[in-house]
Design a protein around this ligand. Structure first.
Ligand code: ADP
Length: 246
């Protein structure tokens, strides 16, 4: 199967809020692995992810998720079953246990009832929270909540995973855990990780898209920017980001 069937293909996406155009001719295709979508606050990342998740319809352009054309209602329905979306603000059911949170999400994403318990175990194990499965979600730390939210988003083993600023507001240790988790998810899925934190892409992404004022100003492999350590890559991405932002 080619990348277009397993990942995201979008071409010439545009979007406006009222009279303000916030996305201009956005085109890219991504396959398996982690693609970092780096941009300053207000660049248009969340708007783009809402369109890719099918929550918003673009003003113009085409989107296909795992080969499903998001311009038709049937295509959007199929796309939703093939994607896992972690929005910036995700409401967990605080009084429910971790396993109930993940079970509900798996079921809502179409996992057959008899397969839900195994899907819950797999998803909680993937985010290192299996031993806390009977704890209520409200008792978790910020980073643990974020990992639980990711487990909810991926319990149905989607081909495409959209993570909107998953490391925002968590401590450096948890941030590294979430980056490692994205890398593991990228082995089986196409992961698009939006962030304004350069370390997230230098240490966690194979590919880098830089968004500036609603346009993709750079699209390339992270390894081509600098050999060697995370620090070298961070510096190289920082310089590139400044260059393409002006
Ligand atoms: P990012 O995720 O990169 O911070 P957003 O997609 O949230 O960017 O925002 C892109 C632009 O659209 C910003 O200028 C923001 O103020 C504007 N915007 C976002 N949501 C709305 C909305 N609901 N109504 C009007 N403008 C919005």
């Amino acid at each position: 199967m080619n990348d277009q069937c397993t990942g995201i293909a979008c071409s010439n996406i545009s979007f406006r809020y009222g009279k303000t155009q916030v996305l201009h001719d956005v085109s890219f295709g991504i396959g398996r692995g982690v693609t970092g979508l780096l941009g300053a606050n207000g660049a248009g990342k969340t708007t783009l992810l809402s369109i890719l998740s099918t929550l918003k319809q673009p003003l113009g352009g085409d989107v296909a998720i795992a080969g499903h054309d998001a311009s038709t209602s049937r295509g959007r329905e199929d796309a939703r079953l093939s994607l896992g979306y972690l929005p910036q603000r995700y409401e967990l059911m605080g009084f429910s246990t971790l396993e109930d949170n993940v079970a509900y999400s798996a079921w809502a994403h179409g996992v057959p009832e008899q397969q839900v318990p195994q899907a819950v175990c797999d998803a909680l194990a993937a985010v290192d929270l299996l031993d806390r499965r009977r704890v209520r979600a409200r008792r978790l730390s910020g980073g643990q909540r974020q990992r639980l939210a990711i487990a909810c988003a991926v319990a149905h083993r989607p081909k495409v995973i959209l993570l909107d600023e998953p490391t925002a507001g968590v401590d450096p240790m948890q941030r590294a855990n979430i980056r490692d988790l994205a890398v593991r998810l990228g082995r089986r899925s196409s992961v698009l990780l939006s962030t304004h934190i350069i370390d997230d892409v230098s240490r966690g992404a194979d590919r880098l898209l830089i968004m500036v004022d609603g346009r993709i100003n750079h699209d390339g492999q992270v390894a081509e920017l600098a050999d060697g350590s995370g620090e070298d890559r961070t510096r190289a991405i920082e310089q590139l980001f400044l260059k393409v932002s002006t």
